[in-house]
Structure formats: C-alpha cells, structure tokens
Design a protein around this ligand. Structure first.
Ligand code: GLN
Length: 544
C-alpha cells in the first residue's frame, strides 16, 4: 500500500484569488491521471459550521450528504472531483477547539496542562489523518482558509509544518498568490508574493510551488524572479494562472504546464500515462454551447452586487450551467429582487421575457409577497419554473391562496396565526426554536424520496427513488394534501419514512416543479442534475 500524500494549499497577498478553485483543479488534474484524491477545507473562523452565518457575509452554505453545513469550497471539490465529500473533510477553528475542550473535560489528556501549542495543532493533524483514512485517498489536498501572515490560520500552518517535519516526502505546499498590475505602472509585480513567501517561511513552511494568479500570463523574467527570490527549486515550479473564461478550464491550464508531472515527482505519486478524457469532453460541450437561454432568478436580495449574489447562490448557478451546457445552451442569468414586484405589481409581467424562472432557497418574511405574485404569474402564463426549498414552499402557498381560495394561506415561518398554515413546523423543530437551538438543527443532509410513477419528475430522474440534500426547518402540512391534490397540485415525491412532501409538480403546465430539498447540491459538471435539465429543456421549447 502506498502512503497517503498531503498537499497543503495556502493563500498569499489577498483573499478571493481562487485558492478553492486551485485546490479543486489540482485534484481534478490528478484524478484525470487515475489518482484517488480527496480534499479538506479548513476555515479559520470560530463558528462550528457555516450554518449560522449570513450568506451575504459568508457566501453559500454548502450541505453534504451527511448533513454538514459547510463552506462553498466543499461544493467546488465535489463538482471538480465528482465525488461526495462528508463532514470529516471540513474543519473550523470552532470545531477543533470544541473537541479539544471536550477531550479535556473527559480526562483524555490524563492530567496534563492542555495548551494552544501543541494540543490545537495536534488535534488538526489528527483530524486531517482521520479524513485521509475515511476517504482512503492517495492524495489529500488541504486548503487552509485565509491568507498567510494572518493571526487566524497560524495554528493550521503549524499543524502543516509538524506534518512536513514528521514525513518530509509525503507533504507538499502550494502557495496561491496574486500578482497585481498597478495601473500607473502597467506591469505585473512580484514583490507582494515575495513578501507572502517570507511570511510563510516565518511559520516554518517553504512552498514547493507557487500558483501565480493574475490578469495576464506570466512572462519569463517574472517567472525567474519568483523562482529565485522565493527559493523554488526551478522556475518550472511557478505555475501561471491567468484569468480564464470558466473555472472548469483551470485543470487543463495546469496540465499544459506539466503541473501533474511536477507534483508527482515531488511527492512520489504514481500517475497513469493515459489520461481520462471525461473532463476534456465536458469542456468541449461547454465551449460548444451557443444557444442563449434567458433565466430569471427571483428572490429577496440585499441591495448587493452581482458578485455577492453569485457567491451566495453558487451551487444554483453552477447547476444551471451544467444543465444548459449539456443541452448546447448558454445561460444568461438575471437577478430580480422580488421587492420590486411588491412596489409595483404590474412588473411581474416582465417575467414573460424569460424562458425560465427559478426561486432559490431563503428565509424570513421580506420580499415574500413579491415572490408569491411572481409564482402566480409564472403558473398562469405557463413559464417554466423550478422552486428550490423556499421556492417550493411558496409555490404551495400560492396554489392554496389562488386556486383553492384559502385566503391568507401562509408558512408558519412568516405568519404563525394564519388560518391556513400550508407550510408548518414539526414538534421537534418547534422545540429547537423555543430553546434557541439554531446551530445544525435544521432538517439537514440526504433523505430518501420516492417518486410517483409516470410524472415529469420521475421520467427525468429515470428512477423510482432518489436521495437528495435538505436544509430547512419547515415542511408541507399534510392536512392540506388531499385538497391540494384534488385541485391538480401534484405531490410527486415523498419521503417514505416520515411521509413528508418532497417534490411537487403541476401536470397541466410545461414545467412547474418545486423541491423541498436542494437539487443544486448534487449537480456536477459530469452529471448535470435531471431537474435542472428538465427546466432548461422546457426553456428551450418556450423559445421556439
Ligand atoms: N425558510 C424555509 C425553511 O426553513 C426554507 C429554507 C430554504 O429555502 N433553504 O423551511
């Protein structure tokens, strides 16, 4: 058996330069060569998980099969590596301290004084190794959140240093850095990266490779400079990573610079000569996708720019892309703030200009009436619709109000005194809320869903039962099920254990589907999600 190898990916100069995409792309390029790769994300914050954080501040909360509420980078790993990742692969400072304190309380340190150093880094090492064992990967990529030189991630770098010291041949380091081009100079500068390497050296770590992010390609003099001043073994160890059209092109960008071979040499990894071409074929589809398809995403937004929105709904956006590309289409997304429909009810008519509409997940009361009036218009005008979680719950409310004339129908989340609580809370959840137990207490992770035969959804899935990931507190209220079904509201997916409504669809509509779960978490470039494919198919028909 070959020993597990570890590759730490750390960031320099500034955050947001694409450490996660770099880590995921390294994984993909090595998986293309037959290696079993897994990836760990370390987030330096105190939160035990990402579940309690505002998505505007933190970005999307990505949910795993085993119900962990993680960072969006775990989503990138799943998409690039085409594999399921579980909670062992996600670390936060909060998690690490929590278990050290628990161990101390149960005398696991046998009377010793428990200290930040070495006990915290040792716990980190233990967790990294546990993830390696659980995933049985040949290579484990460990992405350390934050930027080198920060107070926050110093203990994680210390853990990495300890691992390198113990088994030098099994541990490597990649620094993802940024090379700015100041406008008054018009020239790419290497100095900030040199400083980042010095900061890393202060933690006792020397990078083996530098991935040089920047707007442009790296030229020879700068490559030489980086190699020389950052003490790399060769200038080939500087990997240029200029901006590219799609994140999915990065593995190929690395392959062209022989990064797989260089890494294999450094870490003594055995690569297959023959490359798996699946990713390549996917890229061909991506580049060939030409038919524009106009999609509106209606939600309550926080006056934030497109960048923040893209970060908060990354899995939804990627799922749309995967499905569209697989059908030769190029998606054009428009974000619509549902509060605009509340201010001016006539504006819902603008939705006619789109080929499909998505209402993504959400929480709280603001903007809800605007979404409900949008869904009414979409239903009546036969515009293809996919409602994700809240988008499904609000579709149920809309139907109850306007087809069954249950005036004031609502969700208990917004109007607990409504006479028609179409969306309600189960007793266990009500207790959590009463006791302020919010962290990790929603209905989370994978649950079974049985599909009703011969429905649109069942035909798209080509299965009788599926497993999908959840993140919500409230549920469809079964007291209303018979009445809704009699009026033509199709309950087409049900959880067999708890008899919970998981998918709804309207038969007399080109495509009107709502899911209590989040299908976007399971969409992969190599395996677009059937329900997104169904939406785009319907969107393309609408165009004709
Ligand atoms: N707010 C709703 C609930 O908690 C929907 C959650 C979501 O869309 N993820 O049930």
């Amino acid at each position: 058996m070959l020993r597990t190898k570890y590759l730490f990916v750390v960031g320099g100069v500034l955050s947001g330069v694409g450490k996660g995409i770099t880590a995921a792309s390294i994984g993909r390029m090595l998986a293309n060569r037959g290696l079993k790769v897994s990836a760990i994300k370390i987030d330096p914050y105190i939160n035990v998980d990402a579940g309690t954080m505002n998505p505007v501040e933190h970005g999307e909360v990505f949910v795993t099969d085993d119900g962990d509420e993680t960072d969006q980078d775990i989503g990138n790993y799943e998409r690039f590596l085409d594999t399921d990742i579980t909670s062992v692969n996600y670390l936060t400072t909060g998690r690490v301290y929590q278990s050290v304190i628990q161990k101390e309380r149960s005398m696991k340190y046998r009377g010793h004084c428990v200290q930040v150093v070495p006990h915290i880094p040792l716990e980190v090492v233990e967790r990294i190794k546990a993830a390696a064992a659980a995933t049985r990967a040949q290579l484990v990529i460990v992405e350390v959140g934050g930027t080198v030189g920060e107070y926050e991630n110093i203990l994680f770098l210390e853990a990495a240093r300890m691992m390198k010291l113990a088994t030098p041949d099994d541990v490597g380091f990649v620094l993802v850095s940024y090379l700015p081009i100041p406008s008054h100079l018009g020239e790419m500068k290497t100095k900030p990266t040199q400083h980042a390497v010095r900061a890393l050296n202060n933690s006792g770590v020397q990078p083996d490779f530098i991935v040089a992010r920047g707007k442009d390609e790296l030229d020879k003099p700068r490559r030489e400079k980086l190699a020389y001043f950052c003490s790399l073994r060769s200038e080939d160890d500087v990997i240029a990573a200029p901006d590219v059209g799609s994140i999915y092109e990065v593995p190929a960008l690395f392959e062209r610079q022989h990064f797989p071979e260089l890494l294999a040499k450094r870490l003594k990894l055995r690569l297959r000569d023959k490359k798996n071409r699946q990713w390549h074929h996917f890229l061909q589809r991506l580049h060939g996708a030409a038919t524009p398809v106009k999609i509106a995403v209606v939600g309550k937004y926080f006056g934030s720019g497109n960048y923040t929105l893209a970060d908060s709904y990354i899995s939804v956006i990627e799922a749309i892309k995967h499905a569209a590309w697989s059908l030769g289409a190029r998606p054009e997304l428009t974000w619509i703030d549902s509060e605009e429909f509340e201010a001016n009810s006539g504006r819902v008519r603008e939705l006619k200009n789109y080929q499909a509409v998505i209402v993504p997940g959400g929480f709280g009361t603001r903007g809800i009436e605007g979404i409900i009036s949008a869904i009414k218009f979409i239903r009546e005008q036969s515009i293809p619709y996919l409602g994700l979680c809240y988008g499904m719950q609000l579709a149920c409310i809309e139907f109850a109000r306007h087809v069954l004339h249950f005036e004031g129908a609502h969700t208990v989340e917004c109007r607990p005194d409504s006479p028609y609580l179409v969306i309600n809370v189960n007793p266990a959840q009500a207790k959590n809320i009463r006791e302020d137990r919010y962290g990790g207490t929603m209905r989370l992770g994978a649950y079974r869903c049985q599909l009703k035969p011969k429905t649109k959804v069942q035909k798209l899935y080509r299965a009788t039962e599926v497993s999908e990931r959840h993140r919500h507190r409230y549920e469809f209220n079964n007291d209303f099920r018979t009445k809704m079904e009699e009026a033509g509201f199709g309950v087409v997916g049900v959880n067999p254990e708890a008899n919970l409504v998981e998918i709804i669809e309207l038969a007399n509509h080109p495509y009107f589907v709502g899911t209590q779960f989040h299908p976007e978490f399971k969409s992969r470039p190599l395996h677009p999600h059937p329900l997104f494919v169904g939406l785009i198919k319907a969107a393309l028909v609408r165009q004709q």
